[in-house]
Write a protein that binds this ligand. Sequence first.
Ligand SMILES: Nc1ncnc2c1ncn2[C@@H]1O[C@H](COP(=O)(O)OP(=O)(O)O)[C@@H](O)[C@H]1O
Ligand SMILES: O=C(OP(=O)(O)O)[C@H](O)COP(=O)(O)O
Length: 403
Amino acid sequence: MTTFQTIDDLESAQRLLVRIDVNAPVEDGVVQDNRRFARHAETIAELLEDGHAVAVLAHQGRPGRDTFVTLEGHAEVLADHLGREVEYVPDTYGDEALAAVRDLESGDVLVLENTRMCEEELPEADPEVKAETEFVRTLAPEFDAYVNDAYSAAHRSHASLVGFPLVMDAYAGRVMETEYTANSAIREREFDGTVTMVLGGTKAEDLIPVIERVDDTVDRFCLGGIVGELFLRADGHDVGYDVDGTAFFDHQWDDHRETIERVLSEYGDRLLLAEDLSYEDESGERAEIAVEEIEKDTSYLDVGSDTADRYADLVRESEAVFVKGALGVFEDERFATGTVEVLSAIADTDCFSVVGGGDTARAVGMYGLEESDFSHVSVAGGAYVRALTGEELIGVDVLERAA
Ligand SMILES: Nc1ncnc2c1ncn2[C@@H]1O[C@H](COP(=O)(O)OP(=O)(O)O)[C@@H](O)[C@H]1O
Ligand SMILES: O=C(OP(=O)(O)O)[C@H](O)COP(=O)(O)O
């Protein structure tokens, strides 16, 4: 049961401001399609069929990262999924944006510029504060209603996610509704056998607090990716440092060192770290090294084969497996071993399984696995792991308040 209004409750032919989350990988400046586009395209198609006019709000990347780009490419990917023209305007709520919004007619869809290019979108603040921003105050009167479909960003208290429901009618889109229902239900399940959580990816800051909060439901954690390297650093290995200009490790280490060290010492054998890692050698080939021998100046891009085999064996013995984040840079086939071996092991068993993360979910399709091999493939990462712990999502909370 949802406690917010959904798009089923909308009157037809409205002017809608629709927040989606198509935050996606960017390679050489070009946005890559991921599962999020197809899922949100279904919501938008349904809205257009009902005669609504749709202006889309979304973010991409974080300021300062090379994935922080405009939404021009996103509009093209959405247009491919929808099979119709999608206008893009390089402005979010200035004169150009307002002119384009006023021209919208029933059945039209327009993508506004990356919300994170507006100063008032970030940083996080209370919904009441965000509702007072010029961003929200300028756009809200242009629309009949606001639809939030961005479940995967619902853990962020940013203007485009939490400001609008406080000042106008607000509804959940299909992705918001289905992801919320599926992820909330997971928490109610009980498992007789071993429950394994596989944690990787780049956003250690989202995962480290979760490890402690799911402590009583998860029997063991298999770590890889950036989060795994930070734990290896705490374990005394020369890894988990920013090298070659990366900005993944040091700030997350500074912010979470205490928790990482505490979890490492308290969890013992339940917390599994990589025993070998993989990197690119001088000839551009995948090479592997045992963690005892690793050197500080190398970028490690995947767990090694022994670690991948060990994690896959543990998955095969489990009754439930939760995955968030990739064990390596799976987008590059040379460093996909850890992620793909573990996902394949899950797909081959009939355990209850959830794979989460906008980027990680993409690995399922990229390497010939079927979504039907998993109990649930979530397009959300940080929001899904928070749902597992029963933590409230602020973006959902404001929709409930609006109802
Ligand atoms: N060792 C690593 N170095 C750099 N990137 C990594 C490493 N391991 C995993 N990744 C990256 O993590 C990304 C997925 O992590 P993240 O964005 O946190 O998760 P998601 O979007 O799936 O929630 C993948 O795109 C992968 O390339
Ligand atoms: O991709 C997202 O989260 P995820 O990687 O946890 O799935 C969301 O778009 C949130 O992005 P953010 O983590 O930069 O705030």
